[in-house]
Design a protein. Structure first.
Length: 171
């Protein structure tokens, strides 16, 4: 039995020109043609209502995002001075750490110098004024400063007598 035109395969059919009035995809048109029922179009009022709902939702989302942005920017503005102050304190602490590191290096060198077994005798002589037998210690003494002369007062200033001497004591 020959194949009816409605049962022919999709490849054997010639492509049909698309109508300019049709906005639905081809698969949707096939479903409509197969079910042979018409789908009512939405009214323009329902479409406008749906668009208003979407616009309202987008407006609410944008306003919430603006509130979040304002809160975040306020927090950042308040945190920037605190961050700068903390960085300044950190710079001061780094400078102190560098100074203390130099001091520690000097103390380590002094420690190795004072407690080195090879230099024990020389260190004792330096610090304790120790002299080996047969040697005389030499001590340097600062010269006395020049005597300070105090100038004599030009006129003797007499102090007023105490208040007790002026007023007779009453009993």
């Amino acid at each position: 039995m020959p194949a009816s035109p409605s049962r022919q395969s999709a490849t054997s059919r010639a492509p049909q020109p698309r109508s300019s009035r049709s906005r639905r995809p081809r698969s949707h048109r096939r479903l409509l043609a197969a079910s042979s029922t018409l789908v009512p179009r939405r009214s323009s009022a329902a479409s406008r209502q749906r668009q208003r709902g979407v616009a309202l939702e987008m407006g609410i989302l944008i306003s919430v995002n603006l509130v979040v942005i304002a809160a975040a920017s306020t927090a950042i503005v308040k945190l920037v001075p605190y961050n700068l102050a903390q960085r300044a304190k950190l710079g001061v602490l780094h400078a102190e750490v560098d100074d203390l590191a130099q001091r520690v290096d000097g103390l380590r060198q002094d420690f190795s110098r004072y407690f080195a077994p090879q230099r024990a005798l020389a260190t004792q002589r330096e610090l304790g004024n120790l002299a080996l037998p047969g040697q005389r210690p030499v001590r340097f003494i600062d010269p006395l400063p020049a005597p300070v002369t105090i100038p004599a007062p030009e006129a003797a200033v007499t102090a007023p007598p105490p208040a007790e001497a002026i007023a007779p004591a009453s009993r």
